[in-house]
Ligand binder design. Structure first.
Ligand SMILES: Cc1cc2nc3c(=O)[nH]c(=O)nc-3n(C[C@H](O)[C@H](O)[C@H](O)COP(=O)(O)OP(=O)(O)OC[C@H]3O[C@@H](n4cnc5c(N)ncnc54)[C@H](O)[C@@H]3O)c2cc1C
Length: 388
């Protein structure tokens, strides 16, 4: 048991009081910027697309906060970034335009990009003007990502890509795609045959995104076909054959943030507003228990931010928070229905609360799939603890 707890560490971490000023500034900005955004859009939070909002956040210096100043970033701490994204998520800010770029593509490019990629793209991310998509999943390779087959072959002028990606969020409107392709077809090199590429979707020819309608009627993700797509040599991101290692690091960023338990927080706020005046003791007890869960998850999530700040790998702890956090946020629409008799709606009538609930009842089931399923998270945890 002790060797297990040695491997899985959630060190307590308190945010320093100086961050209160930053938090107050972000809160004031959101209070001004968000009333124009419909409640149902805000319920989608980090899946809600609003380029204007992202540019406004960038203009205030709140994107690319941890990226180095040498490339146009702000060189600030992981905790400062944490405060900004926490405030955005709690308020239901529409952050989808910049979310992937700020969370994972920027840090990945700083780490593995060439000088030209860093100088050209990082300032766009910092300004909230670059939207990124992630091309990992394929029609027959989701959880078993390393079995992917989209092929990038070397040519005299660079690379030629053929294949299909699926569930690629925002590929139909993003400017850039960071994708994982097979560069070595040797079947004995499953993981070692993969490489990452950085593609400008506005320039490359032969890439066709086809949007897929989700359960709630939204069109956020795509099937993306690549037919004889010619890429220049410098589209390779990092080192040929090191794609698996790079993607594992990228996934640690993808799974480590507070979005893994705050996707539905806007609903909790709305629910409290609606039941506040007439809540029974039983309702208050249930709400209190939800708040206790939130605070526990927050402490765990902050401890991951501390690991990131210290340059440590939070992959194992991030899998725990993602798994617990998804269970928490997926249960919230059901709790809301238990505690308040107002019906959910998608029809544009009723209280904001009813529309937010209607939307989240439909999209919450997907929360545990994006970024890796619970079974995969638990496999990573078991492996990390040495029990598998
Ligand atoms: C809203 C949303 C947005 C997404 N955006 C993106 C994106 O932008 N880019 C991208 O690349 N992908 C994206 N995805 C895809 C997502 O990463 C995959 O759906 C996920 O990795 C699961 O893969 P799959 O859908 O192929 O399911 P499968 O891998 O086929 O899994 C089906 C079921 O089998 C279980 N399972 C599979 N293997 C095992 C195993 N070894 N042991 C136990 N159980 C197992 C899974 O847990 C799951 O319950 C998105 C998905 C969603 C829902």
């Amino acid at each position: 048991m002790s060797s297990m707890t040695d491997k899985l560490r959630f060190e307590p971490c308190a945010l320093s009081p100086e961050l209160a000023q930053l938090r107050a500034a972000v809160r004031a900005f959101l209070a001004e910027a968000l009333p124009r955004v419909p409640a149902v859009t805000r319920s989608h939070s980090w899946e809600a697309w609003d380029a204007e909002f992202s540019a406004a956040l960038g203009a205030r210096g709140w994107l690319g906060m941890t990226l180095p100043k040498a490339y146009g970033g702000h060189g600030r701490s992981a905790f400062e970034r944490y405060v900004v994204i926490e405030e955005c998520l709690v308020a239901g800010a529409p952050t989808a335009f910049h979310w992937v770029a700020d969370r994972q593509s920027g840090p990945l490019i700083v780490r593995y990009g060439n000088e030209q990629q860093k100088r050209r793209i990082i300032p766009q991310i910092v300004a909230g003007q670059a939207c990124f998509a992630i091309g990992m999943s394929e029609p027959n390779s989701g959880s078993d990502l390393a079995s992917l087959r989209t092929r990038a072959e070397r040519t005299a002028t660079g690379w030629r890509v053929n294949g299909t990606k699926i569930w690629t969020s925002n590929a139909h409107r993003a400017q850039y795609l960071i994708a994982l392709f097979r560069t070595d077809p040797d079947p004995t090199k499953k993981h070692a045959g993969l490489s990452q590429f950085l593609i400008d979707l506005k320039e490359a020819q032969g890439i066709t995104p086809r949007t897929i309608r989700n359960l709630a009627g939204g069109r956020n993700f795509n099937e993306v076909s690549f037919v004889d797509v010619e890429l220049p040599p410098e589209a390779l991101l990092g080192t040929e054959g090191q794609g698996w290692k790079q993607v594992t690091e990228e996934l640690a960023f993808e799974r480590s943030g507070p979005e893994r338990y705050l996707s539905c927080f806007f609903l909790l706020t709305k629910l409290i507003d609606v039941v506040r005046e007439h809540a029974s003791a039983a309702t208050l007890a249930r709400l209190g228990s939800q708040i206790a869960w939130t605070l526990t998850l927050r402490n765990m999530s902050l401890s991951i931010a501390a690991k990131l700040q210290a340059g440590q790998d939070p992959a194992l702890e991030a899998s725990v928070v993602k798994d617990l956090g998804c269970q928490f946020e997926q249960a919230l629409p059901g709790l809301a229905q238990e505690l308040c008799e107002l019906e959910p709606t998608l029809e544009g009538y009723g209280l904001d609360y009813q529309q937010v609930l209607g939307s989240l009842v439909q999209i919450a089931p997907s929360f545990s799939l994006r970024g890796g399923t619970p079974e995969i998270m638990r496999g990573i945890i078991a492996k990390g603890l040495g029990v598998r």
